[in-house]
Every structure is written in structure tokens, then in C-alpha cells.
Design a binder for this molecule. Structure first.
Ligand code: NAD
Length: 370
């Protein structure tokens, strides 16, 4: 009863025309930011997360505290728990699902292939089964990935470009997710939007990602490993700041249209959409390190290594005209500005003693903002 009450309260909408959203992966990096942004504008938000230990779960618990301080309840549970999901949909008639829970990372898949199948395939199907039977059926927006472009060398990547050369099991499960969601769209009339995120970074980010682990190593005086492609070509990524991704997520939720089925029956044509959400200006990894050095005021010990051929792609670059035309997506934060905000958060979160050398342009790094 207590649990149901918390879920109901959290799902309450506080603006006219608002939506009630189930956010999976709510204590993850992107999920926590999206949940806060939805709540801020008055939408109902209920989170779901299994708090797995792919990276430090204390960071997920800290994000949960932040969500809880804004009245957002996060249910601890797994996507594969059909009973739990059914109960959630019994308690709340969600209008939308923002599906961000997944096993992320490309190299982890070499040692833990099953966890990608568990979360990104089986968990996705379980969620879609519940959504298909819900009445009303929610519109679904979910995170695919730029990794589906794989070894495609034609840049910038457009949504209609080939996605048949995944370079990792992670990419393969995201590509499979696109096929699976498309099937549920045309069989059951579920409105589906897939978002191909391009390397998202920012405060409260993921410790397994390069910009984050580089920051940690640079501050600890440890060397950092920088991968390079063949002939010493630098890798480059279309690094996209979290606030821009959040705007893209909200824009796509608002324009996602309605599911047309109900109780598992198809009624009419519901929209199926795929959008790139990137920044449209790729930056090489050594330049990323230059910017970090500048903000941290510490020199990195760079260790260049040839890229192992087991997951990474050399280059990503998004064409974002579809998202721009459909819901006005327009990234506004460049890497220099975004990393400055990340570094401030990092120094604050990890309690670095405020030394003059750690001031960034004289600003106080300890203003914990989100
Ligand atoms: P994240 O790992 O911080 O968040 C994912 C959350 O999902 C985690 O909190 C995890 O505990 C939870 N989760 C995983 N499996 C689950 C399961 N079976 N049941 C319930 N909860 C589960 O990752 P993120 O960076 O926030 O990524 C969000 C989404 O965006 C993911 O789908 C990811 O694949 C995708 N994506 C992220 C990036 C990026 O650069 N961050 C790029 C492309 C795509």
C-alpha cells in the first residue's frame, strides 16, 4: 500500500496538458537528468532501475537522493520482472515510457555478453509486452545509439544510412532493439521513437566513459590511455552535452503521437520514428584531453595505444536535420563549455579541496548545480 501510494504521488501531473512518464534507468546518467527535467516542468514521473554494479552504484544512489528530493520515486527492480511492471501499470495509466535502462559500454561486452542480452533484448521485449497490453497504451521513446552506424565510413551519419556493420555486441543489441520496437509498432500499434544518442557527457556522468576516467586519472597523476586508429589517426566523437540530449528527449516525447492499439490489439497506423541526437561537431580525443587539462590546470600523462579491433569505431558525426525539423532539436553547448561544467561538478562531487589551482576562471567549483 505504501509503495502504491508513493508511485501514485510521484506520477501526479502538476501542469495542464502534462504527461505521466515511466522512466526506466532513472538513476542512470541520462535517466536522472531527464527525470528531473520532466518533474521541473510539472510532469508526473516514476522511475525504475535495478541499480546494477556495472559502475559504482553509490553514484546511482546519490542520483536517487537527488530525484527523491524533488518528489520523484524510483522503484528498485529489473526490466525483466514482468509482475513488477504489470503492477506499475495497474497503479498508473502512464501516457509515456522513456526507456533508458540498458547495459551500456562496448568493451564490457567482451567479458559479459549475457548482460547485454538480458537488459537490451529480453528486458526490452518484456517492457514492450507490458506496454502492448496496457490500456491506454503508452507512447514509447527509447535510447538506441550512434553505435548502430558501426563501421560505416560515410559521415555525417543520417538515419537512413546503413546500420548492418555493428562493431560490438552492444551495437548489435541496439540495432536489434530497433528491429524489435519496429515490429511492436506495426503489429500492436505502439507509437515508438528511437533516439540514437551520440557520446553523451556532463555532470553526474558515467565513470566508465573516457572523459570521466581521464579526469580521475589526470587528477591522481596517473597516465591515461588514448586509443588511435591505423596510421596514428586520432579517434573522434560527436560529444553531446547532457542538457542538449535532455531537450531532445523532451522534444521527442512531446511530439511522439499516440499509440493506436489497446489491450494488445492494433487499431491504426501509429508513428515509428528514429532520430539522431548529436552535436554535429566531432572533436578528436587528444583535443578533448587538451580541454580537460585546461580546466583542471593539470597536465595529463598521455599514453597512445593502437585501438584494439574489438568494439570502438574510429569516428562519429551526426546529421541532426530530422530531429531539428520534427521537434526543433538544436544543440547549444560546445565541448569546451560542457567540459567546464563537468569538471566543476566532478571537483565538487568528489570533494576536492579547493586549491587556487583548481579554481576555474576564479569560479567556485563547489556550487553543486543540476
Ligand atoms: P547508465 O548506465 O548510466 O544508465 C542505465 C541505467 O539502467 C543504470 O542506472 C542501470 O542500473 C539501469 N539498468 C540497466 N539494466 C537494467 C535492467 N535490466 N533493469 C532495470 N534497470 C536497468 O547509462 P546512460 O549513459 O544513462 O545511458 C542511457 C541510455 O542511453 C542507455 O540505453 C544507453 O545505451 C543509451 N546511450 C547512452 C550513450 C551515452 O553516451 N551515455 C550513448 C548512446 C546511447
Amino acid at each position: 500500500i505504501q509503495w502504491e501510494k508513493q508511485v501514485r504521488t510521484s506520477a501526479q501531473i502538476h501542469r495542464s496538458g502534462g504527461i505521466s512518464v515511466l522512466v526506466t534507468g532513472a538513476t542512470g546518467f541520462v535517466g536522472s537528468h531527464v527525470s528531473l527535467a520532466l518533474r521541473k516542468r510539472g510532469d508526473g514521473v516514476v522511475g525504475l532501475d535495478n541499480f546494477n554494479n556495472y559502475y559504482d552504484p553509490s553514484l546511482k544512489r546519490a542520483r536517487r537522493s537527488l530525484l527523491s528530493s524533488r518528489g520523484i520515486f524510483v522503484v528498485e527492480g529489473d526490466l525483466n520482472d514482468a509482475k513488477l511492471l504489470a503492477k506499475l501499470f495497474d497503479v498508473v495509466a502512464f501516457t509515456h515510457v522513456m526507456h533508458l535502462a540498458a547495459q551500456a559500454g562496448v568493451r564490457y561486452a567482451l567479458e559479459n555478453p549475457q548482460s547485454y542480452v538480458h537488459s537490451n533484448i529480453a528486458g526490452l521485449v518484456n517492457l514492450l509486452e507490458i506496454c502492448k497490453s496496457a490500456n491506454p497504451q503508452p507512447a514509447i521513446v527509447w535510447a538506441s545509439s550512434s553505435s548502430v552506424y558501426g563501421l560505416n565510413e560515410k559521415v555525417p551519419f543520417s538515419e537512413s544510412d546503413r546500420t548492418d556493420q555493428p562493431a560490438s555486441l552492444y551495437a548489435a543489441t541496439k540495432k536489434a532493439g530497433e528491429e524489435i520496437t519496429h515490429t511492436y509498432n506495426h503489429i500492436y500499434g505502439l507509437a515508438i521513437t528511437g533516439l540514437r544518442f551520440f557520446t553523451v557527457y556532463g555532470p553526474w556522468g558515467r565513470p566508465d566513459m573516457a572523459y570521466f576516467s581521464f579526469t580521475r586519472n589526470i587528477l591522481q597523476g596517473k597516465p591515461i590511455t588514448i586509443y588511435r586508429g591505423k596510421n596514428r589517426v586520432d579517434l573522434a566523437r560527436d560529444f553531446t552535452y547532457i542538457d542538449d540530449i535532455v531537450k531532445g528527449c523532451l522534444g521527442s516525447l512531446d511530439s511522439s503521437g499516440k499509440s493506436t492499439g489497446s489491450g494488445g490489439k492494433k487499431r491504426g497506423a501509429a508513428p515509428y520514428r528514429i532520430f539522431n541526437l548529436g552535436n554535429t561537431s566531432p572533436v578528436t580525443v587528444p583535443i578533448l584531453v587538451d580541454i580537460l587539462e585546461k580546466h583542471l590546470k593539470v597536465k595529463a600523462k598521455r599514453n597512445f595505444v593502437e585501438m584494439p579491433g574489438n568494439g570502438d569505431v574510429p569516428f562519429t558525426h551526426a546529421n541532426i536535420s530530422s530531429a531539428r525539423n520534427e521537434f526543433g532539436y538544436k544543440p547549444t553547448t560546445d565541448l569546451e563549455t560542457g567540459l567546464k561544467k563537468f569538471v566543476r561538478w566532478y571537483l565538487s562531487y568528489y570533494g576536492y579541496i579547493l586549491k587556487p589551482s583548481l579554481y576555474i576562471n576564479g569560479d567556485n567549483c563547489f556550487s553543486n548545480e543540476l
